[in-house]
Design a protein around this ligand. Structure first.
Ligand code: BTN
Length: 363
């Protein structure tokens, strides 16, 4: 596990040049032996290091660590409102009698515009989504954008773990408050998929598709995932935490260790493409997700369904759907309905499914 000191060592090495063990030790106030130990831990976090006697250490692929100011600047460039660093919004209080008009109908009008985004980047957390869920117990997380260089307990859908590497992934969560409840929010994670695909397209990455319900895939390999979690009353309001994980540059050994076929944005960009600017990418994805959440609050999933289907890799294809209880259903993907449920066609019959995993069936 990487410690804060491990991250300061990596920051020293992020210029891609050789640094002697002695220099590094002096800069971070450790012994040379401890520097060597800490750098071994960095390798277990997925970072490739080169050691040469007499020259020292070098990061083979130097990560450009996320920088909150660069992200804020890019967000402004993309038209987002950004909060001053360190602003903490108190938890909203229940409405007072005075806020209620005639017959208890609220006088207040709902503001659907995206809030000013509060960007925070930390070196290490268990999970950015877990952290925002914890914070939501104490304060308002509407518009909080939290990224971590490394998650020690990253979570995927259906209780899976989410593997990411320091400097080679993008892992962040966004907090949002909706006046509506769980039923209205059923298609939210699909809409977020559309947002991330749009963001990647705007940044010049072509060929990224969606796989129901909300995987981001490239040539049938997983590029990223979305985890939407919500708290609140059935009829609302709800507090939502949207977690986004994207593979930017995963070392080959890490890819091999993941139980499904995965790819990264480096592969989408192709050989010879300029280095990926994670700060800009993070800002683009966060801005696109925030404006999608604001749009969703007004009209739900229906407005996103045509674009979602257009981006669906399996649209019109024969698939097998494995249901949560392990049962398998075969059919052809007819699309998604206005709540984001998968619609499978079997001859003239149409069936709707709310969860499961699809895979392509050879025709
Ligand atoms: C999936 O299984 O496809 C969803 C993966 C979601 C991963 C992201 S990474 C940021 C946020 N924090 C987590 O622990 N999970 C989500």
């Amino acid at each position: 596990m990487l410690t804060p000191i491990g991250f300061s060592l990596l920051r020293q090495l992020s210029d891609g040049a050789f640094h002697s063990g002695e220099d590094l030790a002096a800069k971070v106030g450790l012994t040379r032996a401890r520097v060597s130990q800490v750098l071994k831990q960095a390798e277990t976090a997925g970072l490739a290091l080169e050691r040469i006697r007499g020259r020292g250490y070098r990061l083979v692929a130097a990560p450009d660590f996320l920088d909150a100011n660069a992200v804020r600047q890019a967000l402004v460039e993309f038209g987002a409102r950004v909060a001053k660093p360190g602003t903490i919004t108190p938890k909203p209080q229940p409405l007072l009698d005075d806020d209620l008009g005639i017959n208890g109908v609220e006088k207040t009008t709902i503001d659907y515009s995206p809030p000013a985004l509060q960007v925070e980047i930390v070196d290490q957390l268990d999970s950015t989504s877990t952290e925002l869920l914890r914070r939501s117990q104490r304060r308002d997380i509407h518009g909080a954008v939290l990224a971590a260089e490394w998650q020690t307990a990253g979570r995927g859908r259906r209780g899976r773990t989410w593997t990411a590497v320091a400097g080679g992934s993008l892992t962040f969560s966004l907090g949002w408050r909706f006046e509506q409840g769980a039923g209205f929010l059923a298609g939210l994670s699909l809409a977020v998929g559309v947002a991330v695909a749009r963001a990647l397209e705007k940044e010049g990455y072509e060929g990224v598709e969606l796989k129901w319900p909300n995987d981001l895939i490239y040539r049938h390999h997983k590029l990223g995932g979305i985890l939407v979690e919500l708290n609140g009353d059935a009829l609302g309001p709800s507090t939502v935490v949207v977690g986004v994980g994207l593979n930017i540059r995963l070392p080959r050994e890490v890819k091999k260790d993941i139980a499904q076929a995965v790819t990264d944005l480096g592969a989408v960009a192709g050989r010879g493409a300029p280095p990926i600017d994670r700060n800009r990418l993070f800002a683009r994805v966060a801005q696109e997700v925030a404006s999608t959440l604001a749009g969703y609050a007004q009209g739900g999933f229906a407005a996103f369904a045509p674009e979602w289907q257009h981006r669906h890799a399996y649209q019109g294809k024969p698939v097998k759907l494995i249901l949560p209880d392990g049962a398998a259903v075969k059919g052809t993907v007819a699309g998604v309905d206005a709540s984001g449920a998968l619609v499978l066609a079997d001859g003239p019959r149409r069936s709707r499914f709310l969860s499961g995993e699809i895979s392509l069936r050879r025709a």
